[in-house]
Design a binder for this molecule. Structure first.
Ligand code: PEP
Ligand code: MG
Length: 326
């Protein structure tokens, strides 16, 4: 079966009725970039930059960060890379970044952009490193845990301040800088119309989004069944985001783990998602699924299911996919 997926590497991710799907991978280490050539994926949709911070005993210096980001861009070659600024704090705590007190609810605590905007020295160093690493190329950067549009604007201003610094010092710059937001805090969906004109791309982080929408800790073993993204509430919510983004020229990607599961990915395509960023091992199986579906039929099925949701949406879709030989 593995050999079967490898044979798909150079075949396009296109549905039977001719709709092309963009398949990207999630990465966090320099070595992960090799997955691009191994899988034939279109690029890196999520590079989690916090890994370098988590494995380090002290704050990674600017030169070290720049080297990593440049190595990643070099290794990716012509394929695009989206760097996510650090998502640390909460349960991913760092010994060199002191917090005042242990947190009772770290997932919704002082993490990600909340840390980066308050300790903006950290964000400035990361911005400089990314801008220098991408000199002469495109830099795509996105911010995690954006809950309100002003947070995105503040984060972008920090990057733009560093870009101005490089201009003033006659340093080499990226040819183009693209700024994106992650939608993983539900409140952002309610102000998305205000954010859209400001951003170049949007990426839905369904791992966190699911836990916040269902009030179910993504890591709690007793909640594993309740934490089910293949549910009517999640899909109605996602379908609404797709409709809001449609008509703007903003790229919309799903970068949560669900995009790497066959049934969930099929359902995402069924509500209009055309870009998935997934774990590298899933590229083969997801491409096989894409090549086996008639998207018009999947869309019709999702519309019916979401209009009058069955008690167990997962089972309903599983049975249907089985009948369709998907
Ligand atoms: C997500 O929340 O879906 C996501 C992609 O980010 P992370 O898993 O790193 O929190
Ligand atoms: Mg997240």
């Amino acid at each position: 079966r593995q050999a079967g997926f490898a044979a798909l590497r150079d075949l396009p991710a296109v549905t039977k009725d001719g709709v092309p799907i963009t398949l990207l991978v999630n990465a966090g280490l320099r070595d992960d970039v090799g997955a691009l050539s191994l899988t034939g994926a279109d690029g890196i949709g999520l590079f989690r930059t916090e890994f370098q911070f988590l494995v380090s005993a002290t704050m990674p210096r600017r030169e070290r960060q720049t080297r990593l980001y440049r190595d990643v861009l070099d290794a990716a070659g012509d394929k695009p890379v989206v760097f996510r600024t650090v998502d640390i704090g909460g349960d991913k705590s760092l010994p060199y970044l002191a917090t005042d007190s242990p947190e009772e609810n770290p997932a919704m605590g002082w993490r990600a952009l909340r840390v980066a905007l308050e300790r903006d020295g950290l964000m400035k160093v990361q911005a400089r490193s990314l801008l220098e690493a991408a000199a002469g190329r495109t830099l795509s950067v996105m911010f995690p845990m954006v809950a309100e549009p002003w947070e995105f604007a503040r984060a972008r201003d920090i990057f733009e301040g560093q870009r101005q610094f490089l201009i003033d010092h006659k340093k080499l710059l990226p040819d183009h800088v693209r700024y994106g937001a992650m939608l993983e805090v539900p409140s952002l969906a309610e102000t998305l119309d205000l954010l859209l004109p400001e951003i170049d791309f949007l990426s839905i982080g369904t791992n966190d989004l699911t836990q916040f929408l269902l009030a179910a800790d993504r890591a709690h073993p007793k909640l594993a069944e309740r934490y089910d993204w293949l549910s009517p509430a999640i899909f109605r919510f996602l379908a609404r985001i797709v409709r809001t983004v449609e008509g703007s020229d903003t790229d919309l990607t799903v970068c949560g783990e669900m995009g790497g599961r066959r049934l969930s990915a099929m359902a995402l395509l069924g509500i209009g998602i055309t870009r998935l960023s997934i774990t590298p091992a899933a590229v083969g199986p997801i491409k096989a699924m894409i090549r086996s579906i008639n998207l018009a039929e999947v869309r019709e099925k999702l519309e019916t299911v979401l209009a009058k949701p069955p008690e167990n949406m997962r089972q309903t879709l599983r049975d249907w996919a089985h009948d369709q030989k998907i």
